[in-house]
Ligand binder design. Structure first.
Ligand SMILES: *[C@@H]1O[C@H](CO)[C@@H](O)[C@H](O)[C@H]1NC(C)=O
Ligand SMILES: *[C@@H]1O[C@H](CO)[C@@H](O)[C@H](O)[C@H]1NC(C)=O
Ligand SMILES: *[C@@H]1O[C@H](CO)[C@@H](O)[C@H](O)[C@H]1NC(C)=O
Ligand SMILES: *[C@@H]1O[C@H](CO)[C@@H](O)[C@H](O)[C@H]1NC(C)=O
Length: 431
């Protein structure tokens, strides 16, 4: 009986899917352009009507783009250490022929993890901890990147960002929320196509293995096949799905949690003084306009932190945790264990120690205290105060020290720069 029902559902799904695709693709299906390419700046036949010359866009693009493009290379540069060694590809490529219909539509009990962060808070490193578990996390690196671009540039994703307030609007949008929710459920057919063609898919072995399929899919049926194969692999072979995302508000993330009770949110923060300094080093922050820059960065964090105290009650409380970058670098062992416990993932001891090594290796030759607090050597007391002024509430709620008596105290690492947050927030701390 259940089996019959499944078959019927399957048929219905197929029919619904076909009509959805026919409807959605009618304007682009005719396009027959030479092979798409896995590059943010090249059009794919199923994504655009025609290819455009994008050379003009590049420079502006880089400066305006609010993402972590170069994060993997530069994540720890400001801490005086280079990340060494790449992470072993977690899972062997999936053979789609091995996947049954049953597996595809099975309502399995996996965990859906949303790592919610802000640019330069250490989210790539934290994401790397998540994906180190070869016992199976289907990991997405910034999947909303191209959708945000599409949104901000009004459907011309190849153009540079011109209106930054639209970037902000995007974080609240229902398309951002809808796509995150679909990705967590492995519902690839309903995901924005550009997300599957983004260069960021190569930042995760699980998404990368399907890149060639989408790149070369020139018809909607070919595309649909790729999406179905990816859905099947994502559902069948992994204990969890995880997304690292700097492009969604906590308020929208909570809606995702309400709709889907398998969703857990890890909310990542870092001392705003370190965040601003790091963004400055990459050219994202105008230092002479420090107060306004700090205000903008902290306004987003502050709005999200307003939601935090409302996440009470056993259900939400257990599915939301705050993680401070400083706690990861200071206590890698505890941080890694708690992260996996929170997700309900049981990696092997070897995987756990690899993750811990990865954190320590990234910080080679520096003590953990030096790493977490390197910003103190690089900033002046005056600038630290400008940021603390703009970020007062955020820093207070997260337990970051607001001020130092003088330059000497600022540079003296024996003086702690963070401690216990107020109870409403401390109760959510993962470490
Ligand atoms: C960039 O755009 C300008 C103005 O539209 C045009 O004159 C110029 O040739 C373009 N440059 C390239 C490299 O396409
Ligand atoms: C940017 O977008 C916002 C929201 O749509 C709009 O109110 C504002 O006028 C735009 N600014 C510019 C400079 O286009
Ligand atoms: C994802 O984004 C696309 C593009 O805006 C939209 O058409 C689609 O409905 C979104 N998917 C979901 C599940 O919300
Ligand atoms: C750590 O320091 C030692 C000795 O100064 C040096 O040989 C080594 O290359 C350094 N390692 C890294 C990763 O910087």
């Amino acid at each position: 009986m259940i089996r019959r029902c499944r078959r019927l559902c399957f048929l219905l799904c197929v029919l619904a899917g076909i009509s959805y695709l026919l409807f959605n693709a009618s304007s682009t299906d005719e396009a027959k352009v030479k092979g798409g390419r896995l590059d943010n700046r090249h059009a794919h036949p199923l994504l655009f009507d025609k290819e455009r010359d994008l050379e003009n866009a590049s420079d502006d693009d880089h400066l305006d783009d609010d993402d972590e493009d170069s994060d993997d290379e530069k994540a720890t540069e400001e801490d005086g250490a280079e990340l060494s060694g790449s992470i072993v590809a977690p899972n062997p490529p999936i053979d789609p022929s091995q996947i049954t219909e049953e597996a595809i539509y099975e309502d399995n009990t996996k965990v859906h993890v949303l790592l919610l962060a802000y640019m330069r808070t250490g989210s790539s490193m934290t994401g790397r901890i998540l994906k180190m578990s070869r016992s199976g996390i289907f990991y997405w690196y910034e999947p909303l990147h191209m959708l945000e671009r599409h949104f901000v540039t009004g459907g011309h994703p190849e153009l540079p960002y011109r209106n930054k307030s639209l970037v902000e609007v995007f974080t609240w949008s229902s398309v951002a929320k809808g796509n995150v929710s679909a990705l967590l459920r492995c519902d690839i057919e309903n995901v924005y196509k550009g997300a599957l063609l983004d260069g960021f898919v190569t930042y995760s072995a699980q998404t990368q293995q399907f890149a060639p399929c989408f790149e070369t899919a020139k018809t909607t049926s070919a595309w649909r096949k790729c999406a179905r194969d990816m859905t099947a692999a994502c559902k069948k072979n992994y204990q969890a799905t995880a997304i690292k995302c700097i492009r969604l508000t906590l308020e929208r993330a909570v809606e995702v949690m309400m709709d889907d009770h398998k969703v857990k949110v890890i909310h990542l923060f870092r001392d705003p003084r370190a965040v601003l300094l790091s963004r400055h080093k990459l050219g994202y922050t105008k230092w002479r306009d420090l107060h306004n820059e700090a205000t903008a960065v902290c306004a987003r964090m502050a709005r999200d932190l307003e939601v935090t105290p409302t996440l009470t009650g056993p259900d939400l409380n257990e599915r939301y945790a705050i993680l401070r970058y400083e706690d990861i670098t200071m206590s890698p062992n505890t941080a890694v264990q708690r992260l996996y416990d929170f997700m309900g993932i049981k990696p092997s001891e070897e995987e756990v120690s690899e993750a811990i090594d990865m954190i320590s290796e990234a910080k080679a030759n520096l003590t953990s205290a030096q790493v977490a607090q390197a910003w103190r050597q690089a900033i002046t007391l005056q600038d630290a105060r400008i940021i603390a002024d703009a970020c007062h509430d955020v820093m207070k709620n997260l337990g970051y020290r607001l001020d130092f008596a003088d330059e000497t105290e600022l540079k003296d690492l024996r003086v702690p720069a963070f401690g216990e947050p107020p109870p409403d927030f401390a109760s959510h701390l993962l470490v």
